[in-house]
Design a protein around this ligand. Structure first.
Ligand code: KG4
Ligand code: ZN
Length: 348
């Protein structure tokens, strides 16, 4: 008679390869039963000199990177291609040319290995990155509120299960990452400026300059007015003193970050009040920002929220988050097929 432990031993592990290519990072990761065994990313430095991502250059770089990145992810995982159970890839939203590279590659590999192909929504993956099995990360209980903050998105989402998402509020214009990047650009900082504003803000006074908050009702956001007010303010100041930005970079960065973080926190407070849910999970590139992290940790103490902050490596675009959704969908047999086409725009 087989013992329980024998049964455990014979249980086949699920190996999922995740591929992410929605913007300017080519990434591949392998998960074994939901745990990361490799997580690779090739960043594209080429865009820095243009002050933003150039779609055509991004797709070309993905084309060059995808084979070596996937190859390395499989090697580092210490497995063979034939051990893989399924292949998850980013279906959208993102830059179409970039998505096509990852999708075509994933399709060919799944066809040649005869294993399931699993399309994944990029923003759902940012949210579900909290479920990557990692000893240092706590997993939110359902339902929880997700604040997705990236270069392309700003949303408050009610998450009731792995597959049940309801958008409660979103930006009406720029995404919060764009607000950081565009403000940085106005100050003459290179792309992406978000991390630089965060860096200079560390030693600046957040109340040195006051920028107006948008008057948008409910849980929606707006960031385009902030960018315009920063532009006009700096145009006026530099006319009087050409060195104004250089002399005030820390205070400007701290004040801009303070304004943006306050806008996000105000909307989260409304969402908590309206839903009665006080479990907050953040995701997306901007969740690396120290200002929002600190504000949430404060809210945890003062407002008794339960806050879930991803590890740094899971905040910006990565393939482990694609692979975890692949794993969750694999278990439910939620597969795609060769007719699945990537989409630049996709509702949550
Ligand atoms: O999620 P992500 O890697 O790509 C998109 O899907 O957009 O997010 C990139 C965005 C950029 O706008 C970048 O400036 C911003 O995240 N970002 C930050 C920080 N780190 C990345 N913004 C503010 N503070 C940071 N520390
Ligand atoms: Zn992203």
């Amino acid at each position: 008679m087989p013992q329980a432990s024998d049964h455990q031993k014979n249980k086949k592990s699920i190996y999922i390869l995740g591929i992410e290519s929605s913007c300017d990072d080519t990434a591949a990761a392998v998960l074994k039963d939901g745990k990361i065994i490799s997580n690779m990313v090739a960043n594209q430095a080429i865009h820095e000199q243009y002050g933003g991502v150039v779609p055509e250059l991004a797709s070309r770089a993905h084309q060059q990177n995808i084979v070596p990145v996937v190859d390395l992810a499989i090697k580092k995982a210490g497995i063979k291609k034939t051990d893989l159970s399924g292949i998850a890839f980013t279906e959208g939203p993102g830059l179409l040319g970039s998505l096509l590279v990852g999708a075509s590659f994933a399709k060919s590999l799944s066809l040649s290995l005869n294993i399931p192909l699993i399309p994944v929504h990029h923003m759902k993956a940012h949210i579900l990155s909290h479920f990557i099995q990692d000893d240092q990360m706590q997993v939110p209980a359902f339902p929880f509120l997700a604040l997705t903050i990236s270069g392309g998105h700003t949303q408050i989402v009610k998450v009731s299960s792995y597959f049940d998402f309801e958008v409660l509020g979103e930006t009406l214009d720029d995404a919060v990452g764009e607000a950081f990047d565009k403000s940085a650009k106005i100050m003459g900082l290179p792309y992406p400026g978000g991390p630089l504003i965060d860096k200079y803000a560390q030693t600046g006074n957040p109340k040195a300059f006051k920028f107006p908050k948008p008057k948008v009702k409910g849980m929606n956001f707006s960031f385009s007015g902030l960018k315009t007010s920063i532009l006009y303010f700096l145009q006026k100041q530099t006319k009087e003193n050409p060195d104004f930005i250089k002399n005030n970079l820390e205070d400007l960065s701290a004040s801009i970050q303070y304004t943006i973080v306050n806008i996000l926190m105000d909307k989260l407070k409304i969402a908590v009040a309206e839903t009665g849910i006080n479990r907050i999970a953040i995701g997306g590139g901007v969740s690396a920002n120290s200002g929002i992290r600190n504000a949430l940790l404060q809210a945890e103490k003062k407002l008794k929220w339960q806050v879930f902050i991803p590890k740094f490596e899971f905040t910006t675009d990565n393939a482990a988050m694609i692979a975890i959704v692949g794993y969750l969908k694999y278990k439910e047999k939620m597969f795609g097929n060769l007719n699945t086409i990537p989409k630049a725009r996709m509702a949550l």
